[in-house]
Write a protein that binds this ligand. Structure first.
Ligand code: FE2
Ligand code: FE2
Length: 416
């Protein structure tokens, strides 16, 4: 829908100092987010977290945030094995534990000017847009910017892993399956190890850690404070882990830095199990335990969070550091999501996410129409997490004669 306030707003902004323009753009953008959520229940559920994250900036103040977790623990009295597939995942997780210290080559030398071992390909940075804005970067600045973008992305992974650690612990308490509790204990360990290795990589190799992105903070805060275990699970195991798995896979395939490649490979193998467990638990719960209106609410919630994840990770912390005096935030926001590497990772994310939502019963014809409007139904019918193996997720890319920085799978997704 065309926003009637847009033209006068642009006229009003013109002539104001850049910083004032940016503050007004941020405020309008946040209001735009609130107005774009169509389902009132979903809007009401996300509102307190949105206020804490977007208005109060709670993810960027002080050294910690207290989040009230309102779930109840399900204490079993029967001790019966009750879900064979979950038990199998538990056994697999126990045998595949790894040591974040001993199993990774931490003595690898990681440096921004090592072309042979570039952390990220250039396609992750919107260099064309930056040039289009009239900003000229030297070769050294380009390498530094790519390094900072890598630090920004990996920092967001680390913040997500901390959220995953707490969500896994809470869900382990709450689920009703004995075998789910056993499995959950291994996931808590996995997420702790993921936090450990991302933190260590950022701290000792990139020597830079960015604060949590405001929109990621909103989703994590919402999951932590919602008492319903299945919402925590849907948000963490399907949405955030789906996003992370898409990003991990894309960077795993494209990085030339051997330590990061190995680290991501190990993490992807764990995450594939986590998403598998998530879809098993949620399919059972959504199809057997929920009323139609409860199922519908989850379906709307997942759709809104999917759009939030697609549209709002705009690397604003990078903007603040590099371009806040050179380009308006509005123009940055318009361009940053179009960098080919970012497009590629969002495509992979939806390729993973949409079949999982379908499998767990959150893709009725009603909501399909919304996904269709947003151009996301092309991923229907793809492989869900129960059908994908970790080997498939970490397969070496087939570059297929295209741009040598981009696997053929990504190339065709971007150009289709
Ligand atoms: Fe993780
Ligand atoms: Fe995970």
């Amino acid at each position: 829908m065309k926003n009637p306030a847009k033209a006068p707003m642009e006229t009003m902004l013109r002539g104001l100092p850049m910083q004032a323009q940016n503050e007004i753009h941020k405020a309008m953008d946040n209001i735009g987010l609130a107005l774009s959520i169509e389902n009132p229940k979903v809007a009401a559920a996300l509102a307190p977290s949105a206020v804490r994250g977007l208005v109060l900036g709670a993810g960027k103040r002080g050294d910690h945030v207290d989040m009230q977790a309102n779930h109840s623990a399900h204490y079993t009295l029967s001790y019966q094995g009750d879900f064979t597939e979950m038990y199998d995942l538990y056994r697999r997780a126990v045998t595949n534990q790894w040591d974040g210290d001993a199993d990774l080559p931490w003595n690898t030398d990681v440096a921004p000017d090592n072309h042979q071992a570039a952390i990220l390909p250039r396609s992750f940075v919107p260099f064309d847009a930056i040039e289009g804005f009239g900003v000229r970067l030297t070769a050294l600045e380009e390498r530094r910017l790519t390094w900072d973008v890598a630090a920004w992305i990996l920092s967001q992974f680390m913040h997500g892993e901390q959220g995953a650690l707490y969500a896994a612990a809470q869900v382990t308490e709450s689920v009703q399956w004995m075998d789910g509790k056993l499995y959950g204990a291994t996931q808590v360990m996995d997420e702790g190890r993921h936090l450990e290795v991302f933190l260590r990589y950022l701290d000792t190799k990139l020597e830079k850690i960015y604060t949590v992105n405001d929109n990621l903070f909103v989703i994590i805060d919402d999951l932590m404070t919602d008492g319903r275990w299945d919402i925590k699970f849907l948000g963490m195991q399907i949405m955030i882990e789906g996003l992370a798995l898409g990003a991990f896979t894309t960077i795993y395939q494209q990085t030339r830095e051997p330590l990061l490649k190995q680290l991501l490979k190990m993490v992807i193998q764990d995450e594939a199990r986590h998403v598998h467990y998530g879809v098993l638990a949620l399919r059972e719960h959504f199809t057997k335990n929920l009323s139609e209106s409860e199922r519908r609410e989850r379906e709307d919630w997942a759709y809104e969070v999917a759009l939030l994840m697609r549209n709002r990770f705009k690397m604003r912390e990078i903007y603040d550091e590099w371009f806040s005096h050179k380009i308006s935030l509005k123009r940055w926001d318009e361009e940053v999501l179009q960098a080919p590497g970012m497009l590629g990772f969002r495509n992979i994310m939806f390729q993973r996410l949409v079949p999982n939502l379908e499998y767990i019963g959150l893709m009725s014809d009603r909501i399909k129409a919304h996904y269709d409007k947003s151009g996301l139904t092309q991923y229907l019918g793809g492989k869900n997490a129960t059908q994908l193996t970790a080997d498939e997720l970490t397969a070496e890319p087939d570059t297929g004669g295209h741009d040598d920085e981009m696997p053929a799978e990504l190339h065709s997704l971007i150009t289709s």
